[in-house]
Design a protein around this ligand. Structure first.
Ligand SMILES: Cc1cc2nc3c(=O)[nH]c(=O)nc-3n(C[C@H](O)[C@H](O)[C@H](O)COP(=O)(O)OP(=O)(O)OC[C@H]3O[C@@H](n4cnc5c(N)ncnc54)[C@H](O)[C@@H]3O)c2cc1C
Length: 333
């Protein structure tokens, strides 16, 4: 039986940030994720002959610790300043709007940030969907008080647990540990969905900047994906996100219909998509928090040593997710 000081369920940025700090302090840690890779919504997909970032598109670094971490990655050539602000499409017109504040991107793909936060020495169990966390009636072994289950199988026993996933999913996994008011508080946190269309282009779109925010009924964001990865030899590629409103009202639609709607909207704004090969479309059910917890971490009051973490706690973005994970680690040390 695998017994660890801390089980981290979810290898999004918050989970790996917590794991990194806990491991550095000498704790035994096991990271478990249902996906085949780490990074969660900081997602990069291999597509045709390139990498396309279909989740987070850039990040800011405003807090002291995160800024120092990111500066180190810039010096090592892992991260670059990708932009100093993006223009915005309003009523069909592209309006300049740079604010001078750096927006960062990882040259090898956005999921690289998660790899940089998680030391190689930390154990990971991937492709494993945790279904529940159970509090043991009596601690066993060296203070093991929680059992982490994937269906009928025990993944591990742990003294403490960090749960990193959107609130609706956390409520399902921690059902046996939450009080009624905690469940209500979590379910009140709203997350907006996002349809993402990406692929390689035979011809670039007529946009001189790396990306464009959109105030548009269908479009939310357009980025010339290849510009994030630096090399001039990088094949032309694009990522288009549908707007929050469009994604929500077409969440259950056939992906092909959503693709058609995005392509039509792109044509109408004068940026037709000339695909080089078949594009892909991805549905994020819980893309971005609309409301938040208002605290760095979610503490389960009747389950000592169990914390919920993620961007929905505070900040709602990459930087918020990382700081949530770091805060949970601090509480467990
Ligand atoms: C389309 C899109 C665009 C975005 N753009 C930006 C941007 O430009 N800038 C920015 O700062 N932020 C952006 N974000 C938000 C940013 O990606 C998130 O804030 C951040 O990545 C969240 O990290 P997290 O650790 O909170 O959670 P997540 O990344 O959601 O990680 C949760 C992890 O838990 C795993 N998991 C879930 N349930 C289980 C289970 N039962 N068992 C095991 N594992 C499980 C998942 O596989 C996932 O890996 C964007 C997000 C999306 C989707």
């Amino acid at each position: 039986m695998n017994c660890v000081d801390v089980a981290i369920i979810g290898a999004g940025l918050a989970g790996v940030a917590a794991a990194g700090d806990l491991a550095a302090a000498g704790k035994s840690v096991l990271v478990i994720d249902k996906s085949r890779g780490i990074g969660g919504r900081m997602a990069t997909r291999r597509h045709a002959s390139t990498r396309i970032d279909h989740g987070a598109q850039f990040f800011t670094a405003r807090s002291e610790r995160f800024a120092a971490f990111v500066n180190g990655l810039v010096e090592s050539g892992i991260v670059q300043v990708w932009s100093h602000g993006f223009p915005i499409l309003v009523d069909g017109v592209v309006c300049a709007r740079a604010d001078g504040h750096p927006r960062y991107a990882c040259l090898a793909g956005m999921s690289e940030l998660a790899k940089q936060l998680l030391p190689d020495t930390v154990g990971c169990v991937l492709g494993t969907q945790v279904t529940s966390v159970i509090r043991l009636a009596d601690p066993v072994g060296d203070g093991m008080r929680y059992e982490i289950l994937a269906g009928e199988s025990t993944v591990c026993l742990a003294r403490d647990v960090v749960i990193n996933m959107p609130p609706v999913q956390l409520v399902a996994v921690a059902a046996d540990l939450l009080t009624d008011s905690e469940r209500e508080r979590l379910l009140a946190i709203e997350m907006e969905p996002c349809w993402a269309l990406g692929g390689c282009l035979a011809e670039d779109i007529p946009l001189t900047t790396v990306a464009l925010e959109c105030q548009h009924p269908v479009l939310g964001w357009i980025s010339r994906n290849h510009t994030r990865h630096g090399a001039a030899s990088e094949p032309l590629s694009i990522m288009v996100h549908a707007s929050g409103a469009c994604s929500a009202s077409h969440l259950e639609d056939d992906p092909l219909d959503v693709r058609n709607a995005i392509e039509t909207a792109m044509r109408e704004i004068g940026m037709p998509l000339h695909w080089d090969s078949d594009p892909f479309i991805h549905r994020w059910r819980y893309a971005k928090p609309v409301t938040g917890l208002g605290a760095d971490v979610f503490r389960l009051t009747t389950s000592p040593g169990v914390y919920g973490v993620g961007d929905w706690c505070i900040g709602g973005r990459v930087e918020g997710a990382v700081s949530s994970g770091w805060s949970a680690a601090k509480l467990l040390l």
